[in-house]
Design a protein around this ligand. Structure first.
Ligand SMILES: [Mg+2]
Length: 295
């Protein structure tokens, strides 16, 4: 199967580079069906994936973290090209939702198995995402996380960002349209998940199923700062959804309007400001090596 490997050597603070040195001789020995290209700048993986689709590649393997997968997905969404992932980032939230093997050799073996799981994708305005997008506190945290030093890894980086955003952020009244059902209420955040995790292991949408044709929508209501702090640890286990100020919904299309423009994050990247529409695209991605869901 003609395969392009997109390698982000910078992912995972050197981890991706080490993994690539391990995988590369294996692929080299397989001959001409495999080509590889390294990303050189932000957005490059999208360009490489788009180009691979138009050149007729049948499969693209991303070696990197969620940022690399996000960019690659934006280049191949709704094409017949199958995505393989060798998790090599700090968070690997996509791999977690799909239970892809963490070990690089096992991840490659899973891709080679020929097993393909078709899953949904989502779009935040015109940007595809595979994990979670949102507005409010979490988007502010994502914006802050992109500014803090890279040596603070994964969930730790998110925690530092949370403590920087917490003092300055208060719930804002949002108008949320869930497939025609309108809510208008003060919100700490609204998250629309295709996958379950963001921020390197925060289980924000713990019941999201990536092939049920629906977004899992988590609405965090009128939380004070102390309440926010108290509920945060529960996001690691997903038990925050039983908090009385947290409501969960399922919808295909979710539009959010706010009285002032708010940041919008998708897979941890800031993609713009409100108003925003999150929309589920059923079956838009084929993933190689993903086990079938157990629950
Ligand atoms: Mg779903």
């Amino acid at each position: 199967m003609s395969t392009l490997v997109i390698v982000n050597r910078a992912a995972g603070h050197g981890r991706a580079a080490r993994i690539w040195e391990q995988i590369r001789p294996v692929l080299l020995a397989r001959g001409s069906e495999y080509e590889w290209l390294e990303t050189l700048r932000p957005g490059h993986a999208t360009e490489l994936a788009r180009d691979a689709v138009s050149r007729g590649f049948q499969r693209i393997i991303a070696v990197g973290g969620d940022g690399t997968v996000h960019e690659t997905v934006n280049g191949l969404a709704q094409s017949p090209v199958v995505l393989g992932v060798i998790p090599a980032g700090t968070g690997n939230d996509f791999a977690k939702t799909l239970a892809l093997p963490k070990d690089p050799s096992q991840a490659l073996a899973a891709i080679d198995s020929g097993r393909v799981r078709r899953i949904d994708l989502a779009r935040a305005n015109d940007r595809y995402y595979m994990n979670v997008a949102g507005v409010g506190f979490d988007a502010e945290v994502a914006g802050e996380a992109n500014r803090i030093p890279k040596y603070i890894k994964g969930a730790a980086g998110y925690l530092v960002s949370i403590f920087r955003v917490l003092p300055r952020y208060s719930p804002i009244t949002l108008r949320i349209n869930l497939d025609g059902r309108v809510l208008e209420q003060p919100c700490l955040l609204v998250s629309a998940g295709n996958g379950r995790y963001y921020g390197g292991g925060l289980k924000i949408c713990p019941e999201a199923v990536p092939d049920d044709g629906l977004l899992d929508v988590i609405v965090g209501g009128d939380f004070g700062k102390a309440e926010t702090l108290a509920v945060l640890p529960r996001v690691f286990t997903g038990t925050h959804i039983t908090h009385p100020k947290v409501k969960t919904y399922r919808a295909v299309k979710v539009s959010i309007e706010s009285p002032v423009p708010l940041l919008v994050q998708a897979d941890g990247e800031i993609i713009g400001q409100t108003p925003v529409t999150f929309e589920l695209i059923p079956g838009a991605l084929a993933v190689a090596g993903a086990p079938l869901p157990s629950a």
